[in-house]
Write a protein that binds this ligand. Structure first.
Ligand SMILES: CC(=O)N[C@H]1[C@@H](OP(=O)(O)O)O[C@H](CO)[C@@H](O)[C@@H]1O
Ligand SMILES: [Mg+2]
Length: 556
């Protein structure tokens, strides 16, 4: 609930401590580029790095105010543009429990980022302060991290200038994967409490994951090598660091695409998004000695997504490639955890959360086993929906997701009295999985370890995992339009309400193909409209996807 100030006097009293002079002066060094409109979207503010300076400065101001609003709890700021090209960048805010910024603040971030003068900037900050009744004189603490993009250095300086103008306590976490930053935020805010999430250090992160992993794979025999494409991003140093904590007999990693200093290499022909979108191996893998049956996976640029894949035949044949995406990870995790819960003899409801991009056959598979809900795109929606279950498995098809254990589920697992040695073992495994799985946000490293644990425990290779269901042929296309904001959706983005009449035309087209589905939505991270299509018959896929894209283009 938003509490509005009761009178103008209260409003002015609230904003009295705002260091207007300092903000004005600092803001002059971070002028807003003319004619650009920023929007706090699916994953924060994201665009070309060379126009983001003023936005980062202002997010610094807002981050400090968010912390003040929450009584000085530590807020996170992450500078990254994830899977997007190297010349892009972005900034997103992390709330105290490690979750995404509360949605009611997003329009204020947009408004403040778009203020065209110092006066307007101050007015929009004052509006935020009065709307949320912020005590400007309270303490503020903000931790920030950044990925490997060359533009991060300057953008981080802009953030620091914003934080300094507000007098916030600043913690520089340095080069981090996005999920590491989320982890650190949660650790800082739970330190010394009964819910302490972990040590708020790099070492704490690697120790927590590696100790849980070793517990889960101990005695399961030596593993086979796993080839990891690090997208030439921050996942590379993080993964290499992790391997120092886990003996090779437990985790045999072959890290590829680890060139974080090579200009233009980030996400270029590699990474989770490239592999998922193109449904093929990273470029140049034909020279990397990969063989049929090898387990492989790809991180994205900030290592919060992972997709797995393998070849069922020669690397040279396109049809050899088999993708094990977020949907396949969700079904593997849901099956495994359901089994453990049953064996443990605890009463816990496990549910799955997907978006409209989930493959139709994955939804069918999961719905036969567990409750499944569908939310709009963006982890913040999935995360909140997953919190409604005792154990909530959520994954976007692109590999971004995690598993949440509710506080009561964690308690039930900890306190259950096992009725047999098998139940005892299942409870111990569940306990270790709670530590292995990053409870704050999707984490490529943690999810990779989760998959490895499940495959090892079932003595499965990628083929057995892949056998759960067959993906329906599917495709995502981008359509550039003049103004994507006119595309409005309902029903978890599965239907368009605007432009008027377009949904009826899409329905008519979809009706012409067997077992087909298609939907259209504006991207929250790129200036385009996305078209998703899937069909029962591979031969009909392009016709449907292109047909819907044409309908979108014609409506522009
Ligand atoms: C189809 C697709 O993959 N969309 C991605 C993409 O969002 P868009 O709003 O579609 O641009 O980036 C988001 C942030 O990384 C991610 O959460 C989401 O799944
Ligand atoms: Mg990412």
């Amino acid at each position: 609930m938003v509490i509005l100030p009761t009178s103008i006097e209260t409003a002015s009293a609230l904003t009295q401590g705002l260091p207007v002079q300092l903000i004005n002066e600092a803001s002059k060094a971070h002028p807003k580029p003319e004619g650009i409109k920023f929007a706090y979207g699916t994953a924060g503010l994201r665009t070309k790095a060379n126009i983001l300076d003023s936005t980062c400065f202002r997010i610094g101001l807002i981050g400090a105010l968010r912390s003040k609003k929450l009584g000085g709890k530590t807020i996170g700021l992450m500078v990254t543009a994830s899977h997007n090209p190297e010349e892009d960048n972005g900034v997103k805010m992390v709330d105290p429990r490690g979750e995404m910024l509360e949605a009611s603040w997003e329009p204020h971030c947009t408004e403040i980022a778009n203020a065209t003068s110092e006066e307007e900037l101050i007015r929009s900050l004052q509006k935020l302060i009065t709307t949320f009744k912020i005590d400007v004189n309270a303490d503020a603490s903000v931790i920030f991290g950044y990925d490997t993009r060359p533009s991060c250095k300057e953008l981080v300086q802009a953030i620091v200038d914003g934080l300094s103008a507000m007098g916030a306590h600043i913690i520089d976490a340095g080069l981090k994967t996005t999920p590491q930053l989320h982890y650190l935020v949660k650790c800082h805010n739970t330190k010394g409490t009964p819910d302490a999430y972990g040590e708020p250090t790099d070492e704490g992160y690697y120790k927590k994951l590696s100790e849980a992993y070793i517990k889960l794979v101990a005695g399961k025999g030596p593993g086979t090598p796993l080839t990891v494409d690090c997208a030439n991003g921050v996942g590379a140093p993080a993964l290499l660091e992790l391997t120092k904590y886990i003996p090779k007999e437990h985790l045999d990693i072959r890290a590829l695409r680890t060139s974080t200093n090579a200009s233009g290499a980030l996400n270029n022909g590699c990474g989770a998004d490239y592999v998922k979108t193109n449904q093929c191996l990273p470029a140049g893998y034909d020279k990397e000695d990969v063989k049929a049956g090898d387990r492989m996976c790809s991180f994205d640029g900030d290592a919060d997504r992972v997709v797995f894949y393998y070849l069922k035949g020669p690397a040279t044949a396109k049809e050899s490639f088999r993708l094990l995406d977020g949907d396949k990870i969700a079904s593997l995790a849901a099956d495994h955890l359901s089994e453990l819960v049953k064996k443990a003899g605890v009463e816990l409801e496990l549910g799955c959360v997907q978006t409209a991009y989930a493959n139709g056959n994955s939804t069918k598979y999961l719905k036969q086993r567990v409750p499944v809900t569908c939310t709009p795109t963006g982890v913040k929606y999935l995360h909140h929906a997953a919190e409604k279950f005792d154990i909530g498995v959520y994954f976007e098809a692109n590999g971004h997701g995690t598993v949440l254990f509710s506080p009561s589920a964690q308690k039930a697992i900890k306190e259950a009295s096992p009725s047999s040695p098998a139940a005892q073992d299942a409870l111990e495994q569940l306990g270790a999985l709670i530590d292995l799985i990053n409870q704050t946000v999707g984490d490529a490293i943690s999810d990779m370890l989760l998959v490895e644990v499940i495959l090892r425990s079932r003595q499965w290779g990628p083929t057995e995992w892949d056998g759960a269901y067959e993906d329906l042929p599917n495709k995502i296309l981008k359509v550039n339009v003049k103004d994507r904001s006119i595309f409005k959706t309902e029903d978890a983005e599965r239907r368009l309400v605007s432009p008027e009449g377009l949904q009826a035309k899409i329905d008519e087209l979809v009706g012409k193909y067997k077992d087909a589905r298609a939907f259209v939505r504006p991207s929250g991270t790129e200036d385009c409209v996305r078209v998703y299509a899937e069909t029962g018959l591979a031969s009909e896929l392009s016709a449907l996807a292109n047909g819907v894209a044409k309908l979108v283009a014609d409506s522009d």
